[in-house]
Design a protein around this ligand. Sequence first.
Ligand code: KIV
Length: 251
Amino acid sequence: MLHSLHDLRQRKAQAQRLSVLTAYDYPCARLLDEAGIDLILVGDSLGMVVLGLPDTTGVTLADMVHHLKAVRRGVKRAPVIGDLPYHTYDTPAEAVKNARLLMDAGADAVKLEGGLALIPQVRAIIGAGIPFIGHIGMLPQSVIEEGGYKKKGRTPEGAAHLMADARALDEAGAMACVLESIVPEVATQITAAVQMSTIGIGAGPHCDGQVLVTPDLLGSFPWFRPPFAKARADLATETLRAVREYITAVQ
Ligand code: KIV
């Protein structure tokens, strides 16, 4: 069970996998923490699974601050990561200013999407003393520019690009990096090549850890679930049952 981000190196050295889940509110965060999850991510996936938006590009800093504060109140132990939303880190100065807002709201580290092209922002954040987590591969905030969600690392050029992104983030001082929707062999090679911990989602079983969007795990967002996400509960069905039972009882 992870108590501090500083234990990440040791966990990688001991090949002990990291369990990571998203939380957006107090009760969920508290339950994840009490269950012993290693890291909690207040992801901008909240745009879809909490706010009902079509993708993450409509999530604002104010949304992130609001949900981070709720999560912080529920967590005693697990380090909490906050996502910097779309277009809130266009320059190094903006990245630092907004990363500080997330830290003030209760994050222990911040995450942004991108590799080589974002290194000035990443260096500025780390230089300001803010722990940093990277995110490469399929980048949900780029869904409009890319015209959809596409698996990464399918070609030799794509794989080399991902490796360059990962090495650049590692050298800049990232503590960990999400590898999203990456061909498993490429994710395995990246994991072996870097000192930071890799946290996979749709990137095969050989990353240093795995992250899931919690409603996908709990089956509480039945309208969409990515194929790699195994639901281990069916809260949507259970909710419908309880609500219908209540309606009948009241009537
Ligand atoms: O926003 C999020 O939940 C994420 C995960 C998919 C890694 O970034």
